[in-house]
Design a protein around this ligand. Structure first.
Ligand code: MN
Length: 211
């Protein structure tokens, strides 16, 4: 390992999401997959113009790159960012949408169940590896899905929550049954408190830009 990117600590104990996601899945996913993206990113950016950039800046600067080296950097930087965001999108303690988030959900989807149904559909229909997202655009909430390491953040879209739908996220617990993984995660361990904080970040960014 050569560079300065590190594996951010998990926000909960590795066993904390059981039975929805096993400690075994978290252990492989975090210590093997996520760690490898961090290590590979550090190796790839060494002695490049990206070496001193922040992670978000690297993701934005390399998104859609045609250069093969930049594509590799994007894939690893995107996956480091996406995984950090995914762990924080999950919470073993049951949370509910509150305040501005609850109002935005009512305005954009009708209710939380409709949002979850749309998020589940995005995760199920993402062909191959990727991610399902809850995002906000000027306070209006929307669902997106991305392939591989792609992320709405790269296009400047404010992300509220994400769910990893790569097979490594669920195969040990659910085998090929991605819909069962999605049903359990979306119904039981989504971190609505984190989504609310991320929605407030968009408000702050809009106010800062207006000043
Ligand atoms: Mn993953």
């Amino acid at each position: 390992m050569t560079g300065s990117f590190t594996l951010a600590p998990l926000p909960w104990d590795e066993k904390a999401l059981e039975p929805v996601i096993s400690a075994k899945t978290i252990s492989f996913h975090y210590h093997k997959h996520h760690q490898t993206y961090v290590d590979t990113l550090n190796t790839l950016v060494e002695k490049t113009k990206y070496a001193d950039m922040k992670l978000e800046e690297i993701v934005r600067a390399t998104a859609g790159a045609s250069d093969a080296g930049d594509k590799k950097i994007f894939n690893n930087a995107g996956q480091v960012w996406n995984h950090d965001f995914y762990w924080r999108s999950l919470n073993p303690n049951k949370t509910e949408p509150e305040g501005k988030l609850a109002s935005a959900i009512a305005a954009s989807f009708g209710d939380t169940a409709a949002l979850i149904a749309e998020l589940a559909e995005a995760g199920k229909t993402q062909f191959g590896s990727g991610w399902a997202w809850l995002v906000s655009k000027n306070g209006k909430l929307a669902i997106e899905k991305t392939a591989n390491a792609e992320t709405p953040m790269a296009k400047g879209v404010n992300c509220l929550l994400t769910v990893d739908v790569w097979e490594h996220a669920y195969y040990l617990d659910y085998q090929n049954a991605r819909p069962k993984y999605l049903e359990a995660v979306l119904g039981k361990i989504l971190n609505w408190e984190y989504a609310g904080k991320n929605l407030a970040k968009e408000d702050q960014a809009v106010r800062a830009a207006a000043e």
